[in-house]
Design a binder for this molecule. Structure first.
Ligand code: ADP
Ligand code: ZN
Ligand code: ZN
Length: 710
């Protein structure tokens, strides 16, 4: 007997090839089965989507090719996973094949059956087995819960909706995740938990805590990681463990939301406000939003079996305005944990008006004094500057030459460490010239400051300051440059935790999730530069960043008591009257959110209105914009055209990167459904518009649904 499976293969989003291809098979293949199929001259990985026992209309046996082979030993991807993938493709306007195949580990494509069998055998030998299901949790596992933690956990147990865990920095959200995970695992022998974090490499502490808690209970290998920093072999191993159900806890970054997790019962999205949950390439999905969708799909199936639902917990001290709004409307259940563990206070805000400081001062004198005092008492300081390198521009004051990147509309950053000029957009790097390339002037100078320079200057400014042990104050730096080598981030964090370092200077990576115990002063210098950007999300992002980085201070209540001084968050600003700071002073996120939301509501901005971007890359700016405008013209008469607003095409802020010109068009609608329907109808038009004469020179286009940056 012959079967006719339709198979999803990786087709580029806009290849024009339908994502589903029909093949022949002598075996009946269940939907979700992983197969190898011929495609052109190659053999590619595919996922059986449906199977028919007669050929689809108009196809004959001679016109179809046979499935080349089945990936043996792998259970089919289940119907919930397939539904998630289908939704992702539809919602984010990509092909099913692209999304499905991108969700699988790349190595799965390359392994022969023999190699795969070897990998699977290795897994079978793994000591972890379903038998390692823990009993119901005992009272005394882990620390005694705070009242707020206990109350949150109890409310969580009965939650019928996504939960927004709104917990102050240091309120012990991680312990709530651990307990919720523990409870989910005890519920069923196959239960699995997905815990997502923005950037796993930045928070080695979190992984350690999950391993420490669950490996003794569920066996070594019960906790696996899934993120893009892993080798292909590691990723395959984690994915297989999750797919086979051996991994009980999957800790991962946004990509993990699409992992196969047949026993999924709980999803945690830690720091749910973090922009890194939104993918900026391929299918530009929001892993947070998909987590909520996924929990709904899993819940429907579980409830139908009479089991309890798959819960999703979004945790943050500064929730995204989308999630906050959903909670205000009652679509999400908000659980608040306002108090810090141990009853410590949140840092006091010290706002420094830079208009009244000595001209050109990097640090206001009172801030320097405060830091010196802290160091002398054996406390640590954190200095945030969101710009790496030594200086953002190198310039000649004679002729006006600047270190522009020849390939981008941006300046190359001066890195003093290796004396290079580096473009942070395209990577183009050159040695710093000895003299001005245009006029030969020897006196070319850095303009503006980056973390390297702050580190250098701070070391000089604090040269006379002594630690309690009489040694000189030590300043260190942590940013993408200092942590490039594998393992260096852990080492740098360790020097802070051990107290070797007195002042840590860094970019936003020092703000994320770290549980520092002896930091009592945090300073954001130049923090408000983002506020001048046209981006309407700038205040939301700055508020979150300052709350988060401030949240690294004063976390150990006992230490603070012993020191006898309150922790402080210093912010140097040129706009001290910005309402954001009034809310920050009170640690009043709800007031800040209410203010922002009412502004957004009157402007019809998300979450009240809905947006998408059509982006075009081309050899000339003119071609990029012409394509967008032509696509907009061609949209006339499409379904829901009258419900959406198409704005004129504009260049991106950095309009040229790596010699490609970039432009975009904003698409807005009051209704999400109308926007979705319009975009689906527009997709074939966008494809067809590529061959219009106006579009000559177009390199690619992409649709970004719910964009974070416009
Ligand atoms: P958050 O993620 O909310 O900022 P963490 O989860 O990092 O906070 O917790 C802050 C600190 O409090 C950590 O050092 C953690 O070990 C500790 N902690 C959390 N819950 C408890 C508890 N119930 N008893 C004692 N210490 C706790
Ligand atoms: Zn010059
Ligand atoms: Zn460049």
């Amino acid at each position: 007997m012959t079967f006719w499976p339709s198979v999803v293969v990786a087709t580029p989003a806009h290849s024009g090839v339908g994502a589903l291809l029909t093949y022949r098979s002598e075996l009946s293949l269940a939907p979700g089965t992983l197969v190898r199929v011929p495609l052109g001259a190659r053999e590619v990985l595919g996922v059986v989507w449906e199977s028919f026992d007669s050929p689809p209309d108009g196809l004959t046996e001679a016109q179809t090719k046979a499935v080349a082979g089945v990936l043996e030993g792998l259970p089919p991807l289940n119907v919930r996973w397939r539904q998630l993938v289908k939704f992702t493709a539809q919602y984010y306007q990509r092909s099913l094949g692209e999304v499905a195949l991108a969700a699988l580990p790349p190595q799965l494509r390359d392994l022969s059956n023999v190699q795969l069998a070897r990998r699977l055998k290795r897994h079978a030998k793994n000591p972890v087995a379903a038998a390692a299901t823990p009993d119901a949790p005992a009272e005394d596992e882990g620390p005694a819960l705070s009242e707020e933690q206990a109350a949150a956990l109890q409310a969580l147990a009965g939650a019928q909706a996504p939960v927004l865990l709104y917990g102050a920095t240091g309120s012990g959200k991680t312990e709530v995740y651990l307990r919720a995970a523990r409870r989910a695992l005890a519920e069923h022998a196959d239960a699995q938990v997905l815990v997502m974090v923005p950037e796993i490499n930045l928070t080695p502490q979190l992984e350690a805590r999950f391993r420490e808690r669950f490996e003794p209970l569920c066996g070594a290998g019960a906790v696996v990681c899934l993120h893009s920093g892993m080798t292909p072999a590691q990723r395959l191993a984690s994915w297989l463990a999750a797919h086979a159900g051996q991994a009980r806890i999957v800790l991962g970054t946004r990509m993990a939301v699409l992992a196969s997790l047949p026993g999924l019962r709980l999803i945690v999205v830690d720091e749910e406000h973090d922009p890194s949950y939104k993918s900026q390439e391929g299918a530009r999905y929001s892993a947070r939003d998909l987590a909520v969708y996924r929990a709904k799909v899993e819940s429907e199936a579980l409830l139908a079996e009479g089991a309890s639902r798959c819960q999703v917990v979004l945790g943050s001290a500064t929730p995204s305005l989308e999630s906050w709004h959903a909670a205000e409307q009652g679509r999400y259940l908000r659980l608040a944990m306002p108090a810090r563990i141990g009853g410590g206070a949140l840092p006091r805000l010290r706002l420094v008006d830079m208009n009244h400081q000595p001209k050109g001062a990097l640090f206001a004198p009172p801030l320097l004094d405060a830091m010196a005092e802290r160091i002398a008492r054996g406390e640590q300081c954190l200095v945030l500057l969101n710009r790496r390198g030594y200086a953002p521009v190198l310039a000649c004051h004679d002729c006006g030459w600047k270190s522009a990147c020849p390939h981008c509309s941006a300046f190359r950053v001066f890195h003093k460490m290796d004396r290079t000029l580096r473009c942070h957009h395209c990577g183009f790097t050159e040695r710093v010239p000895r003299s001005c390339p245009d006029c030969g002037n020897l006196d070319i100078a850095p303009v503006g400051r980056g973390t390297e320079q702050v580190e250098e200057q701070l070391a000089a400014l604090l040269a006379e300051v002594k630690r309690p042990d009489g040694g000189p104050a030590r300043v260190a730096r942590m940013d993408a440059d200092s942590t490039r080598l594998k393992g260096s981030l852990e080492i740098q964090l360790a020097t802070v935790h051990s107290g070797e370092v007195d002042v840590l200077v860094g970019t936003q990576m020092i703000a994320k999730g770290h549980d520092f115990r002896r930091i009592t002063l945090v300073a954001g210098i130049n923090a408000d530069s983002g506020l001048f950007a046209s981006d309407y999300r700038a205040p939301e992002r700055l508020f979150a960043l300052l709350m988060q980085v401030g949240g690294r201070a004063g976390r150990d209540a006992a230490f603070m008591d012993q020191q006898g001084a309150a922790s402080e968050l210093w912010v140097q600003t040129w706009t001290p009257l910005h309402p954001l700071f009034a809310a920050l002073r009170q640690h009043d996120f709800p007031a800040f959110a209410a203010d922002q939301l009412s502004e957004r509501e009157s402007a019809g901005m998300p979450p009240f209105g809905h947006q998408a971007l059509l982006r075009a890359d081309a050899r000339t700016q003119q071609a990029a914009q012409a394509y967008l405008n032509a696509a907009a013209q061609a949209a006339d008469g499409l379904p829901h055209r009258e419900d959406v607003t198409l704005y004129p095409a504009v260049p991106l802020t950095i309009q040229r990167v790596a010699n490609v010109e970039r432009a975009q068009m904003l698409v807005e609608a009051a209704s999400r459904t109308a926007l979705q329907r319009f975009l689906s109808a527009w997709q074939p038009v966008l494809l067809a518009s590529r061959s219009l004469p106006e579009a000559r020179g177009l390199v690619r286009f992409a649709v970004d649904v719910d964009p974070l940056v416009i």
